[in-house]
Design a protein around this ligand. Structure first.
Ligand code: ADP
Ligand code: MG
Length: 247
């Protein structure tokens, strides 16, 4: 951990237009910083704004107001092209539903994002095989996603995220479609990536058991941060922070 702030969010607000007119505000003055090497869980009940927050952190969506710096770059004023470059350079994404291409082999799935980095075919194959080995799936490179279990699919998605050598992994409910055994394997793997490779991890979850794998919890409730600190001994601390907000 080298103590540099890699993410600096300052008073981020986000509203969505409603089809019936007007807007719905989903995030309110979201302010936090994340340092290189952290493993943070963004936790909160369903509908609290976690994914909206992650999409902004991942430069997939922009805030309505507020400022955001990622690796020293002002994200708020960037063009769509520049945002894509930043995403490619720094971030690996992992989603609940794996987002694999079902008609492509496992190897192809991992290789695909590397195409956008201008890597030649031999390097793409070599790099993707290395990543499949890292997640223990080197024997499955010719398989298709439908032939694999949920846990294996998520490992493919992680291999794909890692292939681009990201400094930061953003994972939105990565174990949400897995049983607890497969889920725990994925979470242990995140721990290893964070500990052994120094990759910063931001993981979204609505479950305290899962958030406990992180070393810090940012708790969001109704679009507000109600807790930001070390993982508390019990979930009650987080639920109490919601209650204080409701008052
Ligand atoms: P969470 O991930 O915590 O379950 P979300 O960030 O997905 O919550 O959603 C928070 C709120 O924002 C919900 O009320 C949801 O309906 C609304 N929302 C999310 N994305 C959009 C969108 N693209 N357009 C309109 N409303 C949205
Ligand atoms: Mg969500």
């Amino acid at each position: 951990m080298n103590n540099t702030n890699i993410i600096v969010l300052n008073k981020i607000n986000k509203s969505f237009p409603l089809t019936i007119g007007g807007t719905q505000q989903v995030l309110f003055d979201i302010t936090f910083t994340i340092k290189s090497g952290e493993f943070v869980a963004i936790m909160g009940p369903s509908g609290s704004g976690k994914s909206t927050c992650m999409n902004i952190v991942g430069a997939l969506d922009s805030a309505t107001s507020g400022t955001y710096e990622l690796y020293g770059k002002d994200i708020t004023t960037m063009t769509a092209d520049d945002l894509a470059t930043v995403r490619n350079e720094y971030i690996g994404f992992v989603f609940q539903n794996f987002n694999l291409l079902s008609k492509r082999t496992i190897l192809d799935n991992v290789m695909l994002p590397l195409l956008y980095r201008g890597m030649n075919i031999n390097d793409r194959i070599r790099r993707s095989r290395e990543m499949l080995k890292l997640v223990g799936l080197e024997k499955f490179e010719t398989y298709f996603p439908t032939q694999l279990s949920g846990g294996m699919k998520q490992r493919v998605a992680i291999a794909r995220a890692l292939a681009g050598n990201p400094k930061l992994i953003l994972a939105d409910e990565p174990t949400g479609s897995l049983d607890s055994k497969m889920g725990n394997e994925i979470l242990k793997f995140f721990e290893k990536l964070n500990r052994d490779f120094g990759i910063t991890i931001i993981m979204i979850t609505h479950e305290f058991e899962i958030a406990q794998y992180a070393r810090r919890i940012i708790h969001i409730y109704d679009g507000h941060i109600t807790y930001d600190g070390v993982v508390p001994k019990s979930e009650k601390t987080l639920l109490d922070s919601e209650k204080r907000h409701k008052k």
